[in-house]
Write a protein that binds this ligand. Structure first.
Ligand SMILES: Cc1cc2nc3c(=O)[nH]c(=O)nc-3n(C[C@H](O)[C@H](O)[C@H](O)COP(=O)(O)O)c2cc1C
Length: 364
């Protein structure tokens, strides 16, 4: 126990010194009309620049990676220019921001992909539904990627990282969590390939490690993080031995000298669905040698205590950052927190997005 360290103790994160250990977790908000970031998004992220680090919402590395209507991409010049508005807004306020690089894999639909089938490690459908321009639809069985195609997908992540730097981002986070493509390769419930990308845990980890190689070659390891969710059951994810699978991959990530590993704890749905690793962070703390970011249901007290126990080095906050643009200040003053309104998480406009009050305004 090191009670000296709390959420407000500065910390070195790869290439950057952060003024606090409070990270804004990546959150999809679906305000990128036609998949292009815009000035409304710049206002939203700029408002939250007092975070030690902001990680953006998941961002598609290619047209086939688009899992949602109005989620942003990072593969066209217009998208890079749109993201530049966001990075400028955050930097003007003195903040730091990483882009979350994402491929949705089987969590997509031909209605979102110009008629093409989603791609995945195996032709196994996720469980759930999606909103598309033609209404709400169930997930369909994806097409299994051919072995020679995989190198092309790895390259898309590398290009995404290049574009992220061109847009002014301070680094990137790989979205390896929550049942999307990287996670689909890792877990054996969604990966039943018989080539070098399936079967053993070494083979199932090959894709994420190749992507990591491509992305760190562009940014340097000290500007790259990765988010994993070993206990996630979202969209029907499962693994027959998550301790072994995630233990292997987390150990393999040690060699990249990353800015951080971001681990998500199970939520109530995961805990109700099946027996999962709980808690996740202290277990993998023993394997991971670098900077560890904890996520999932934290508040000021639990955040301070995981840091004081030395079970993590930073804490990311999701929903509390939606409703509290000045979350670090509120936590520091132990001030009242605004409650996030779930109805507007994915609303099409500024409501529930840029209109949550700051402390001073609220007081007056
Ligand atoms: C509206 C919403 C959108 C989210 N979108 C993403 C996303 O794009 N990428 C991601 O890795 N996690 C996403 N998450 C998960 C959060 O990053 C975080 O893991 C989760 O909310 C738990 O943290 P919290 O308890 O502090 O909210 C999302 C969560 C919410 C509430």
């Amino acid at each position: 126990m090191n009670s000296q360290i709390n959420l407000f103790t500065p910390v070195q994160l790869g290439a950057y010194t952060l003024p606090n250990r409070i990270v804004m977790a990546p959150m999809t908000r679906l305000r990128a009309i036609d998949n292009i970031p815009n000035s409304l998004m710049a206002t939203y992220y700029g408002q939250r620049a007092s975070a030690g680090l902001i990680v953006t919402e998941c961002t598609a590395v290619s047209p086939l990676s688009l899992g949602y209507i109005n989620c942003p991409g990072i593969y066209t010049d217009a998208q890079v220019a749109g993201w530049r508005l966001v990075t400028d807004a955050v930097h003007e306020q003195g903040g730091r921001i990483f882009l979350q690089l994402w491929h949705s894999g089987r969590i997509a639909h031909p209605f979102l992909l110009g008629g093409e089938l989603p791609v995945a490690p195996s032709a196994i459908a996720g469980v759930g539904s999606l909103h598309t321009p033609n209404g709400k639809v169930s997930l369909e069985t994806p097409r299994a990627l051919e072995t020679p195609e995989i190198a092309g997908v790895v390259k898309q992540f590398g290009k995404g990282a290049e574009n992220a730097l061109a847009a002014g981002f301070d680094g990137v986070e790989l979205h390896g969590a929550f049942g999307y493509l990287i996670d689909q390769f890792l877990q054996d419930g969604s990966n039943q390939r018989t080539d070098e990308y399936g079967g053993s845990v070494e083979n199932r980890s090959r894709f994420v490690l190749e992507v990591m190689e491509a992305v760190t070659n562009v940014c340097g390891g000290n500007r790259v993080g990765i988010k994993l969710s070993p206990s996630n059951t979202f969209y029907g994810m499962s693994d027959s031995n998550p301790k072994e699978t995630f233990g292997y991959v987390i150990n393999a990530l040690n060699r990249f000298g990353l800015a951080y590993l971001h681990l998500m704890e199970p939520n109530d749905i995961d805990l109700a669905n099946r027996e999962v690793i709980n808690p996740v962070t202290p277990l993998f703390r023993q394997i991971y040698k670098g900077t560890l970011m904890a996520n999932g249901g934290y508040d000021r007290q639990t955040g301070d205590s995981i840091l004081a126990n030395n079970d993590a080095d930073l804490v990311s906050f999701g929903r509390l950052f939606i409703s509290n643009p000045d979350l670090p200040k509120r936590l520091q003053l132990n001030a009242e927190l605004n409650t996030p309104d779930q109805k507007t998480f994915y609303a099409p406009d500024a409501s529930g997005y840029t209109d949550y009050p700051f402390l001073e305004l609220q007081a007056s």
